[in-house]
Design a binder for this molecule. Structure first.
Ligand code: APR
Ligand code: ZN
Length: 231
């Protein structure tokens, strides 16, 4: 792998698994406990906002008490020590990359933030949100979790695609490659000439698109991978 100067790292729920936060599609994952159409779509929130708030309240409280693991810490170290550009994009909403000191682009929003469905104002969410919560800016009772639900456009896509198209190394860590547009980034990077590496416990739906694979738990593989990049 030639000396990279511009790295893009995409993370998924697998990087936070060893911090005690459940993934979505592993055995017993979140989508085995809840139906997406009940808790993670705009229609679900319109139909039963209390159920949706309770789903995110439980995850917000759990994430607030969780700690970054050596994988999150290694990526923060890479960003601070690498002689080049490291763009970190996450599908996760748990806030663990920031807790580790990294700069991160949240494409699916953040549990720690609330969004006004009326005026799009954002603010720090309380530990538990409830139905009819009012927006501090327009005072409408239209507060919702600042989470990108299925059927909604992920955030910061232009900035992300720019970085993916101009990187020379693209890495995906702990993602099953089942949700687009994130699952398509590797192809985009590859056609633009980047080397590609996947770090996961096992093969994902997009493993075929990566030239290199590092199999193992992120808390072990990511620090070793970062050490090699920084040596
Ligand atoms: N180390 C490395 N990889 C791991 C670990 C670990 N300790 N534990 C699990 N994994 C891998 C799994 O093998 C799987 O490929 O993490 C991946 C988790 O996949 P998903 O649960 O599908 O999570 P993710 O890919 O982040 O989901 C993407 O789907 O539901 C939406 O918005 C949600 O952001 C989420 C998106
Ligand atoms: Zn508002």
């Amino acid at each position: 792998m030639r000396q990279a100067k511009r790295i893009v790292v995409l993370t998924g729920a697998g990087i936070s698994a060893e911090s005690g936060l459940g993934t979505f599609r592993d055995e017993g994952g979140l989508w085995a406990q809840h139906r997406i159409e009940d808790v993670a779509t705009p229609e679900a929130f319109a139909r039963n906002p209390d159920l949706v708030h309770r789903f995110y309240n439980a995850r917000r409280i759990q994430a607030a008490e969780a700690h970054p693991n050596p994988a999150h810490e290694a990526l923060a170290r890479l960003q601070n020590a690498f002689d080049g550009d490291v763009t970190l994009v996450t599908q996760n909403v748990d806030g663990l990359h920031e807790k580790a000191g990294a700069q991160v682009i949240h494409m699916h929003g953040e549990l720690a933030r609330a969004l006004c469905a009326d005026c799009a104002h954002r603010w720090d969410a309380p530990r538990e949100m409830s139905v009819g919560e009012t927006c501090p800016a327009c005072h409408a009772p239209s507060a919702r979790p600042d989470i990108v639900w299925f059927g909604e456009m992920p955030y910061h896509m232009e900035r992300i695609i720019d970085a993916v198209q101009s990187c020379d190394l693209f890495a995906a860590i702990g993602t099953s490659g089942q949700v687009y547009p994130a699952a398509g980034f590797v192809e985009e990077a590859r056609v633009c000439g980047a080397d590609t590496v996947e770090l996961n416990l096992r093969d994902s739906d997009t493993s075929h698109a990566f030239t290199d694979h590092i199999i193992g738990p992120a808390s072990k593989t990511v620090p070793a991978w970062v050490d090699r990049l920084l040596s």
